[in-house]
Every structure is written in structure tokens, then in C-alpha cells.
Ligand binder design. Structure first.
Ligand code: GLC
Ligand code: GLC
Length: 651
């Protein structure tokens, strides 16, 4: 039924579009893509909003937005769209290496970032997530995620022209630009929120606004708290309206109401706006939260997935070269669904944060054991075709301990006690721990907590330097390289976090800032010390050891086609609880296998060569590490993996 309705409606809609505009522009590709995707777009839009009497009006508006933004799309970007359509697996290649950074923290502002692109190129980074750049109220910004104007760059870091310039100069350097679109909420100072405050019903419908506590109380029965310390509860009283507003994150971040098609269309228009400014990839923030339902956690609802599918289908029409990243920090079984459920090819976001791997790696750092890591990886769902993970160690957010409780139990730990141990370990409260993390979002009601801190401070570099303990400094450097060796070889796009490449320590200056001091995530959002960064060229320095080590790993990664992301990873049981091992092969040349072995213990470990033979790996026994070119020591038919060391082995 849909198919017939959608075809005649499509014709009607196309006829109603402004004929002059259409005549003046070459719309051939637009029509072809719209025709190909319209059935799906119509069905999804109808599924979400079909009950409304004004459904057709919105359907018309949706197509208009797609057409208008297609017309506005610069021809250079349209050309890239075509190239990417023809080479649709382009982003699965091992040649992409990402970094997330704040333009102000990294360089000062957008223009200064432009001048520092050489530094990223020196390291080998060619995909840059420039953290939120948009106008936010001072002091109530949530690090850029409480947006006041979705189309205006924050004047402290530059202008809209600067971001265009940056995009151009990145494209010339064959670097990809990733920008955020905060799809789930706005600042309380956004124009829509202001209008709502002034009593405009149309704009009150953009949010979840309630006259009394009846509905909020029902919601609260099942909704968790995201920021229990700073922003307990999920609703905020607004004095001006005399009403309650849903605010899942901070009190000043108002959740958008996607059961209103006007909201969907506005946000789609904003996605296209940034796509047209030259963003190759859009990071969609907090996507798990897009649909709210009483009696649920209000995360991972089916409609949230439908909204993302609809956004993707519309993007395939207007800006098909642009990819989406899902930021869904949710349970392992839920994360993979943001590629699209029961699909073969990604149909929501092509890229998702591998938050499961991230948390598991930290478990291995604390326990020095890989039991939970192995278990978690074994159960990591396969990604879909034309989809890939963002593998990361640190980012601008906290480390949440979102493992599957059953896996923790399987590994012989008690889930509550084990999470307590991890928080104690990383905040340095556990005997023998040299980590210098801070607790984040402690929830007294549930006992939960998360962890802040830079990579270097969490793996003990800060403590080691304070104590002048050279051995410990070396171990910390090794841990930093070890963790990167995993994310660079795991399959997916590795995403480094700025500052980690030179061992940046915690920055406590946020404690002096009244707007920041209650949010410990600021401890790991540093300003780069460029004098320290210069030490990367001075052999013998910590900065040199880390930077040059990473640079080498990145360069080697780019040469290893087996590291492209085609679901070729095979986990290998090493019989040694301190080792992680997996093989990867090039799906086009199955013979060229690479074995990754990583040792999380600070003593050398043994790996039985029989295990390799059992897996049919390296029958010749003649193996060498692709990074150093050297062969590992084999003693009594056991390979020795150095303390906190790793290998990328090939025949
Ligand atoms: C995302 C961001 C985080 C922010 C939250 C609310 O999860 O990564 O920094 O606090 O959204 O916008
Ligand atoms: C929660 C949210 C995630 C956000 C984080 C910020 O984990 O699910 O979206 O990044 O909080 O701390």
C-alpha cells in the first residue's frame, strides 16, 4: 500500500516544489536518489507521524528541505558524494586514523588549528573530530553540548567562515572533518526555548513540557540519572512558564521532542547545513535518548532507531557522501543496533563509538588480566557491512563501566564489588595503584560512579613523574603504546584523544573555575602545552617516546591491509590470562595474516606456539614484528611477550 501512496505523493510533492528553483538547477541526481529512497523515507515518516492530520504538510516540508539543501550543496562536495557512492566502502580502509580535539584547547581557535594541521599530519592523523564549535551560553555550555545557535560558530573560537576555510584546507590535505550535531537537546537559551518560555505553544511542543508533576513522576520511576550530582532528576522547573521541562542531562539542556515532526525537520535541516559547510562526518550526540516513553529508561527505544534511519535515508538523497557517527554509550548488546537492527548493511549510523572495547581495555589495565576483555570481545556483535567502529581509549567524557554483569560473573567477580574495585583503582585508592583519576557522577542512591582523568594520569605517568620513578615512567609509556597498539589494529577507525600523543597529564585548573569545578571531566580537557609538544623531537624525553612510538604504529597500520575493517578478526585463546591475541587477514588476500598479541602484565608472559599451529598460523615458524622488523624470542616452543609489550606479527 505504502508503495502506491508514496509514488503518487512523491509526484505531487515534486510538482508543488518551486518550479523556478528546480529549473535553474541540475536536479538529476537528486531525483534519482529521492526516487530510490522515497518508499523508505515515506514509510518511516508515516510510521512516526502518520497519525497526524497535518502529516502531508510535513511530508511536503521534509522533501522541500532535502531539495533546498541539495541545491545549496557546493559542487565540490557533490563531486565527493559521487566518488564516495562509487567507492562505498571507502571509510573501512586502514588508512584512516582519527583524533578528537577541542580547537581552543588544542590550538587556541579555529584558525590556529588550521595552522597546526601539520602537527596532526606529522603524527599521521587524517580524520579530525573538532569538538563542539557552536555558540553556547558561557558557563552553561556542557563543553559545547548545550547549543544556543545551531548555525553560528562560537565567537571565542572563530566564525562560520573559519570553519569553511578549515574544511577546505583539510580536504586539500586529504583529511576528514568530523563535526558534532547535538540532536537530542538544546540550551535553555536557544531561540526555540526562549519562544517556549514566552508562551508560544508551537515551540513548547518542541520540548517535553508539563504543567504538573504527574507525568514527570511517572517518567522518573524508570529513568536513570545521567548527571546525578550536578543535575539530579530528569525534569527542571521553569519559573517563567510555571512548568516542568524534561532535562535528562544538565538542568539547562532541554530535551527535544521528536514526536513532533517539526523538530525532526529542523534538525535534518541543521544536519544538512553542516554537511554543506564541508563536514565529511557528523557525530550525532546522545542518540540513545531520542525517544521518550513512560515506563522505559527512555534510552534505545525503537523509535530512536527509526528516527536515525530516517535521517540516514534523507541524507542519502541530499548529501550521500556524509557519514554519521552514533554516540551511544549504552550496553554492549544495544550499541551495535545503532548501525541498524536486522540489517546487512548499515542503515542508521555507519560508525559507532566502541564504548564496550574502551571500558574493557581499562578493566585489563586495572586487573592486568585479559579475562573480561577476552570475554567481552568474544561477545561483541559483528558490525554490519559498510559500518565500522570508532575504537578509542580516552575521549572528552568519563569512563563508564558499562560491562555486561553476566560477563563479570563469568570471570569470577561480583559485579558490584568489581566496579567498586575499578573506581578505587583508577582514583588511586586501591593499594598499589598509581592511577590518578577522579570520580565522576557518583550516585549515592545506586552506588554507581564513573571515572575522569587523562590517559597518561590513569596509567600512572603522573605518579611516576611525581615520584621520579624512572621504571614506572617507562611502564606508563609502554601502557600508552600498548593500548594504542590495540585500537590501531582492532578493525575500525582508531580515534586518538588530543594530548595523549605527548602524555598530557591531568589539568586541575578547572577547580578554580566556578562554572567547571563541579564537573571532573574538565580535568582531561587540557590546553596543549606547545613547549612540551616540541619535546617530541628530543630523543630521551617522554614526549618523544610516546609521539614517535605512535607515529611509527600509525604509519605501519596504514600499510597493513589486514587492518581494514571487514570483520576479519579472530580472537585467539592464549591459555594465558594476561594476554590478548587476535588475528586479522586481508579478505582479498586471505594468506596475509597478522597476529596481534598484547601483554597487560608488567612481567614478561609466554605464549605457547602450539596455539598458533592449532589456528593454522605461521606454519613456517618464521615470524617477525611488523613494527620493529624483529623476530620475537621463542624459548621451549613458547613466544616471550615482554612486560606491557605487544607484537603485530606476520610471516
Ligand atoms: C554527549 C557528550 C557529553 C555531553 C552529553 C550531553 O554524551 O559526549 O559530553 O555531556 O552528550 O550533551
Ligand atoms: C552518559 C550518556 C552519554 C554521555 C555521558 C557523559 O554516559 O549516556 O551519552 O556521553 O553520560 O558523561
Amino acid at each position: 500500500m505504502y508503495e502506491q501512496v508514496s509514488h503518487s505523493l512523491l509526484n505531487e510533492i515534486l510538482l508543488a516544489l518551486n518550479p523556478e528553483i528546480i529549473k535553474q538547477n541540475n536536479m538529476r541526481y537528486f531525483y534519482t536518489r529521492l526516487g530510490a529512497n522515497f518508499y523508505s523515507i515515506y514509510s518511516l515518516f508515516h510510521h512516526l507521524y502518520g497519525e497526524r492530520h497535518d502529516f502531508e504538510k510535513y511530508m511536503q516540508r521534509l522533501v522541500e528541505v532535502m531539495a533546498r539543501q541539495y541545491i545549496a550543496r557546493p559542487s565540490t562536495l557533490k563531486k565527493i558524494d559521487l566518488e564516495r557512492e562509487n567507492d562505498h566502502n571507502w571509510f573501512l580502509s586502514q588508512r584512516w586514523v582519527g583524533m578528537a580535539l577541542y580547537s581552543d584547547g588544542f590550538a587556541g581557535n579555529l584558525n590556529a588549528l588550521n595552522d597546526k594541521l601539520f602537527y596532526l599530519q606529522e603524527l599521521g592523523v587524517n580524520m579530525v573530530h573538532v569538538m563542539p564549535i557552536l555558540d553556547c551560553p558561557r558557563g552553561r555550555s556542557d563543553g559545547g553540548y548545550a547549543v544556543r545557535d545551531f548555525r553560528k560558530v562560537d565567537e571565542r573560537i572563530g566564525s562560520n567562515a573559519d570553519i569553511k576555510r578549515l574544511a577546505n584546507s583539510m580536504h586539500k590535505r586529504e583529511m576528514l572533518l568530523t563535526l558534532d550535531v547535538v540532536v537530542n537537546h538544546t540550551s535553555e537559551e536557544h531561540d526555540w526555548a526562549r519562544r517556549a518560555c514566552n508562551g508560544d505553544q508551537d515551540y513548547q511542543d518542541y520540548y517535553y513540557i508539563f504543567e504538573n508533576r504527574d507525568m514527570p513522576d511517572m517518567f522518573e520511576e524508570t529513568m536513570p540519572e545521567i548527571f546525578p550530582e550536578n543535575s539530579p532528576g530528569n525534569f527542571t522547573w521553569n519559573e517563567q512558564m510555571g512548568r516542568w521541562v524534561m532535562t535528562c542531562f544538565n538542568h539547562y539542556q532541554w530535551d527535544l521532542n521528536y514526536s513532533n515532526p517539526a523538530v525532526f525537520i529542523e534538525m535534518l535541516d541543521i544536519l544538512f547545513y553542516w554537511a554543506n559547510q564541508g563536514a565529511d562526518i557528523l557525530r550525532l550526540d546522545a542518540v540513545a535518548f531520542l525517544w521518550k516513553k513512560i515506563g522505559s529508561t527512555c534510552q534505545n527505544e525503537r523509535e530512536a532507531h527509526l528516527i536515525l534511519q530516517l535521517m540516514k535515508d534523507c541524507c542519502q538523497v541530499t548529501a550521500p557522501g556524509v557519514l554519521f557517527i552514533a554516540e551511544a554509550i549504552v550496553a554492549p548488546t544495544e550499541v551495535a543496533k545503532y548501525f541498524g537492527e536486522d540489517a546487512i548493511i548499515a542503515k542508521e549510523c555507519e560508525i559507532a563509538y566502541n564504548t564496550t572495547l574502551m571500558a574493557l581495555l581499562w578493566d585489563a589495565v586495572a586487573t592486568k588480566k585479559t579475562t573480561l576483555l577476552n570475554r567481552g570481545i568474544a561477545f561483541l556483535p559483528d558490525k554490519l557491512d559498510r559500518a565500522t567502529w570508532l575504537n578509542y581509549i580516552r575521549c572528552h567524557d568519563d569512563i563508564g563501566l558499562g560491562f555486561d554483569d553476566r560477563d563479570i560473573v563469568y570471570c569470577g567477580y561480583d559485579p558490584v564489588a568489581h566496579r567498586h574495585f575499578l573506581v578505587d583503582y583508577f582514583t588511586g585508592h586501591f593499594d598499589g595503584s598509581s592511577a590518578r583519576g577522579l570520580p565522576f557522577a557518583q550516585n549515592e542512591k545506586t552506588g554507581d560512579a564513573r571515572i575522569s582523568g587523562t590517559l597518561a594520569s590513569l596509567v600512572g605517568l603522573q605518579a611516576a613523574l611525581e615520584n621520579g620513578d624512572e621504571q614506572a615512567v617507562n611502564d606508563a609509556v609502554k601502557s600508552i603504546l600498548l593500548l594504542h597498539a590495540v585500537i590501531l589494529s582492532f578493525g575500525g577507525i582508531p580515534l586518538l584523544y588530543y594530548g595523549d600523543e605527548i602524555g598530557t597529564l591531568n589539568d586541575y585548573s578547572y577547580e578554580q573555575d566556578e562554572y567547571k569545578n563541579s564537573d571532573s571531566r574538565w580535568v582531561h580537557r587540557p590546553s596543549i602545552d606547545w613547549e612540551k609538544a616540541d619535546l617530541r623531537h628530543q630523543s630521551g624525553s617522554v614526549e618523544h617516546a610516546i609521539f614517535s612510538g605512535l607515529k611509527k604504529l600509525i604509519a605501519v597500520r596504514k600499510e597493513i591491509s589486514a587492518f581494514a575493517d571487514f570483520n576479519t578478526r579472530e580472537l585467539i585463546d592464549t591459555d594465558n590470562p594476561h594476554l590478548l591475541a587476535y588475528s586479522q587477514f586481508d579478505y582479498q588476500k586471505a594468506a596475509s595474516k597478522v597476529l596481534v598479541v598484547a601483554n597487560f602484565e608488567n612481567t614478561p608472559q609466554h605464549f605457547d606456539m602450539q596455539v598458533l599451529r592449532r589456528h593454522g598460523l605461521f606454519q613456517s615458524g618464521n615470524i617477525r614484528d611488523l613494527c620493529t622488523g624483529e623476530s620475537p624470542h621463542i624459548f621451549h616452543d613458547k613466544m616471550v611477550v615482554p612486560a606491557l609489550g605487544f607484537y603485530w606479527l606476520a610471516e
